[in-house]
Design a protein around this ligand. Structure first.
Ligand SMILES: Cc1cc2nc3c(=O)[nH]c(=O)nc-3n(C[C@H](O)[C@H](O)[C@H](O)COP(=O)(O)O)c2cc1C
Length: 206
């Protein structure tokens, strides 16, 4: 089925316009806007449709200050009205596979699919499984950055934090991985113009 109703320009505009912003207006993000953004993010694809991502939206000023301390006091964590902690949890995902296997499959095939997925991950160590989940989490990160931009918010993705401290602060499971923290809000600085490799240096047609 061809879909011609989506305007490619708006996707391209969001991608072209987005840049990391590290200073924000002190204006809270309305719940509806946050929900709209995260409702786009949850539609991201993942291998086997496992959807191992989870989100904690940190808005409480006191908690956000403690999160900043766990993120090397990066100024965007202090400044943004919200910081989204994107984590992945393969243990919880494997415990609830029945909620992600497609209902369009008959009951037997649903059961078989769950078995296949369980068997595959049973051969892996916890570390391998969680690393796999973290990779899926970066797909959600891409969706999040683009969706926020399209909704009028600026973002700053961060890998610079102490995962153990963030886990302890937010009571995340021990096995969880944290692909990124994302500061989000109305921007209060210009940021750096985008600087990207040209297409011809990263793509070849074979
Ligand atoms: C996964 C990830 C982790 C990052 N971690 C940090 C970080 O800890 N601190 C920071 O200031 N920027 C961080 N960045 C921002 C990058 O430096 C930035 O995206 C890159 O330089 C491109 O600039 P732009 O986002 O303005 O287009 C991170 C970006 C990504 C995607």
């Amino acid at each position: 089925m061809m879909n011609t109703s989506i305007d490619f320009r708006s996707v391209r505009d969001a991608a072209e316009q987005r840049r990391s912003i590290r200073a924000y207006e002190p204006v809270p993000i309305p719940r509806e806007d946050m929900e709209e953004i995260l409702d786009v993010v949850r539609r991201a694809p993942s291998a086997f449709n496992v959807q191992p991502w989870r989100f904690v939206v940190v808005e409480t000023p006191e908690l956000k200050e403690r999160l900043a301390a766990a993120a090397f006091n990066q100024r965007q964590v202090h400044s943004a009205p919200a910081v989204i902690v994107l984590y992945t949890d393969m243990k919880s995902s494997l415990e609830s596979l029945d909620s992600v296997v497609h209902p369009g499959l008959g009951p037997e095939q649903q059961e078989a699919t769950q078995r296949t997925i369980r068997n595959m991950f049973a051969k892996q160590s916890e570390d391998e499984r969680e690393t796999w989940a973290q990779g899926q989490g970066y797909i959600a990160l891409g969706y999040l950055l683009l969706a926020a931009e399209a909704r009028g918010y600026r973002t700053s993705p961060m890998a610079g934090f102490d995962p153990a401290a963030v886990k302890a602060l937010l009571d995340l499971p021990e096995n969880a991985r944290i692909p990124a923290l994302v500061a989000i809000g109305r921007g209060a600085e210009e940021g750096f113009p985008q600087h990207r490799l040209p297409l011809e240096s990263i793509v070849r047609v074979a």
